[in-house]
Design a protein around this ligand. Sequence first.
Ligand SMILES: Nc1ncnc2c1ncn2[C@@H]1O[C@H](COP(=O)(O)OP(=O)(O)OP(=O)(O)O)[C@@H](O)[C@H]1O
Ligand SMILES: [Mg+2]
Length: 360
Amino acid sequence: MEQFDSVIKDVIHLVRFGAEGRSRDVKALARKMAQQYRKTVPELSAALASIVVSEGSLRSAKRPLPVDADSRLALARIVDAALAEKPVLPATLEQQLRQLVAEHLDSSALKLAGLSPSKSALLIGPPGVGKTMAAQWIARELRRPLVVLDLSSSISSFLGKTGQNVRQLFDFCKEFDCILLLDEVDAIAKKRADETDLGELKRLVNVLLQELDEWPEGSLVLAATNHPDILDPAIWRRFDLTFNLPLPGLAERTEVLRRMPCLTSESMLLMLADISDGMNHAEIVSRVNAGRRSAVMNKSDEQEGVIEAFAERLRLLPMARRHDISEKLISSGVSQRRASELTGTSRNTLRKHAKKEVSA
Ligand SMILES: Nc1ncnc2c1ncn2[C@@H]1O[C@H](COP(=O)(O)OP(=O)(O)OP(=O)(O)O)[C@@H](O)[C@H]1O
Ligand SMILES: [Mg+2]
C-alpha cells in the first residue's frame, strides 16, 4: 500500500513537471523511478527506463536510426539495457552466456592466442523463456545499447526492399558501438527450399548471409527464434554460438517465484513451483502479477491473490495433496473458508482433518 502511495506521488510530480515544461526534471525523476520501482513495479520501471535512456543512447549514435524508404518508420529501436534483469537459466547455460560476455570484456588472452571474441550467437527456445531478456542482459553486462530490428517496419511485401532495410541496419550498427538483436530472425531467414517466392527469398537470405560474414570482429550480433526448424541451415551455420533456452525446470521455477516480492511463505512458494510445471517463465510471472493486481485492487492479501491465480492448476491435484495444501494455508493464517475455496476441498472435510490433527 505504501508503495502504491509513493507511485501516485511520483506520478503527480511527473505530470506537474511536464505541465510546467521542466523536461530536465521530468527525465531526472523518471530515471529515479525506473531505479526505485525495478523490483516492485517492474512494468513501470522498464517502460520508464526504455523511454528515458533510449533517448540518451540515440544521441551518442553518429547518425540517426535508418528508416524504411517508403514509410519513413525507423527500422530498429534502441533499448537501453542498463536496468535489464538477469534471466533465470540452468547453471550451465548461464555459464555459457557469462563466457560470451567475458570474451568481449577481456579479449586480450584470446588475441594472444590468435583468436577473437565470438561475434554472433543464436538464442533458440519456446516462447517466454527469456531469449529477449538474455539479449538485454548481455547488452547490460557489456554496457552497450541494444539495437533491436523492428520487423513491422523492416519487412516489406517486396522482399527486395526488406533486404535493403536489413543492409541499412547492419551498416548503422557497424558504426555505432552497440549490440544488434535480430529478434524473431526466422521472419527474415526462412529456408530457401520453400517453393513460394523462391528467387526473392533466396536474395534476402543471401543478404543476411553476406552481412553476417562481413560483420566486424569485436562486434556482437544476437538473433532469437522460436522456430529453429524453419531457419535456413546456412544462416544457422553462420552463428558462432547457439544457446538453447529450455522451459524452466523445478529449480528455475522456484527461483523465478523467489524473485516475486509477495511470496513470503516458503511452503507456498515451493507448492506454486511444483504446480507450475510445464508453464514458461513469462506465464508464471504474468500469472503472479495478475494475482497480485487483483489482491491490491480488492485490498486483500497478495500471497493469497497469487495462489488464487493458480487455483485452476491447484484443483487438478489429487485430493490428498489439496488437503495437505489447505492445512498449510490455514496454518499460515488463511481462514478455513478461504482455504477450501482456493483448493476446491469441502469445508467439512477440512474441519474433520483439523479435528483429527488436534486429537492426535
Ligand atoms: N528465464 C527467465 N527468467 C526470468 N524471467 C523470465 C525468463 N524468461 C522470461 N521471463 C519473463 O517473461 C518476460 C518475457 O520474456 P522474453 O520476452 O525474454 O521471452 P522470449 O523467450 O523472448 O519470448 P518470445 O519467444 O515470445 O519472444 C520477461 O520480461 C520476464 O518477465
Ligand atoms: Mg522474445
